[in-house]
Design a binder for this molecule. Structure first.
Ligand code: HH2
Length: 335
């Protein structure tokens, strides 16, 4: 692991002191960075002290992904075509019901739809690829005509292949292309963008691997290494979204430590995708046992993430998230 990391400290809306830099080329500025070392105390430095390589990656504008510019926050609406997803399992198995829900999310303000045919909740068992294809491909074909980009949430090349044939334009792999060796070449050949997420182990055993000395820096370093490996397999960084993998091989407290200093991940030089929607830690810290009652906490965490420059939010509750984002943007614009 590197021994020094730099986290940009976002400035409040409108403040642009002399020498302030644009975070990922977007609307948020920063003029100070936290210097972070494993096991060490954070030191606040002026952004002028940034090493050139860090400054370049932190500030470069991010290219559009799946036709979506990333100069403002984007919403990825979740559509799980599974019997057992922790929040919406069993609701959209029928392609007509799935299409209806996708259309509704787009009307409510989603920018793209993420289709999953395998639950990746802690302890979930792997689904055979034929079954995953059977669940997802007809749904993708059914919603392809809605005009929005579609992402396929899968770890498997055969499933991604069928999804691309049916109209998917983005691959979202919670294993960061580590699970199926055939998936990286497929993505590279397709030229499509991919979300590379951080996880340890598999959904079945990942919570046994949630031991870190410094969760923020170790997750960053492991994701950095994963992205470098993906890039070495022919997928340009301009096609990669990075995701710290909230809830994947992480305890509730570890999720919070990552969310608290999320802007560090801009150092990867990729747009950041974040999935916190209705997850267990929202229930734990927000006092909501039932997943569908975790909307308010999910939106609160999403707004905090946008303030740290996150470009894409993966959410179940599109209308609530869009309303909150509109208000956040209106208040920021009134500076
Ligand atoms: N979380 C889940 C699934 N896919 N993909 C990315 N990139 N980031 C995430 O945080 C993420 C993800 C788990 O949530 P959900 O799909 O709602 O549940 P399940 O895995 O039970 O289907």
């Amino acid at each position: 692991m590197d021994d020094v990391f730099y986290r940009p400290v976002p400035l409040p809306a409108g403040l642009m002191p002399c020498g302030a830099l644009p975070l990922a080329g977007g609307p948020i500025q920063f003029d100070r960075v936290e210097e972070l070392r494993p096991g060490g105390r954070a030191r606040l430095l002026p952004a002028t002290a940034l090493p050139e390589a860090w400054r370049d990656r932190l500030c470069a504008p991010r290219p559009a992904i799946a036709g979506l510019t990333l100069d403002r926050g984007r919403i990825m609406g979740i559509l799980n075509v599974t019997p057992d997803s922790f929040s919406d399992g069993g609701q959209y198995l029928d392609p007509a019901a799935a299409r209806h829900h996708a259309a509704r999310m787009l009307t409510e303000g989603a920018d793209l739809v993420d289709i999953g045919g395998e639950s990746t909740r802690p302890g979930a068992a792997e689904v055979p690829p034929e079954e995953e294809i059977h669940r997802t491909a007809p749904v993708i074909a059914a919603i392809a005509g809605l005009g929005a980009p579609i992402s396929i949430d899968t770890r498997k090349a055969a499933v991604a292949h069928a999804a691309i044939e049916a109209g998917a334009g983005l691959i979202n792999d919670v294993s960061g292309l580590a699970h199926d060796p055939a998936l990286a070449p497929l993505v590279a050949d397709s030229g499509l963008p991919v979300c590379v997420m951080h996880m340890r182990g598999t959904p079945a055993d990942m919570q046994d691997h949630a031991a870190y000395e410094d969760v923020l820096l170790e997750v960053y370093a492991e994701l950095d290494a994963r992205i470098a490996s993906v890039e070495a397999q022919g997928i340009p960084r301009a096609c990669i979204l990075a995701d710290p993998g909230i809830g994947f091989a992480k305890t509730g407290a570890q999720n919070l430590a990552i969310l608290n200093r999320l802007s560090l991940f801009h150092g990867l030089g990729c747009p950041i995708l974040l999935g916190v929607s209705r997850k267990r830690f929202i229930g734990t810290y927000g006092g909501a046992e039932v997943a569908a009652e975790r909307v308010h906490g999910s939106v609160a965490v999403a707004l905090g993430a946008l303030d740290q420059g996150v470009q894409m939010l993966r959410v179940h509750d599109v209308a609530a998230t869009r309303q909150a984002m509109n208000l956040r943007e209106a208040v920021r614009a009134a500076y």
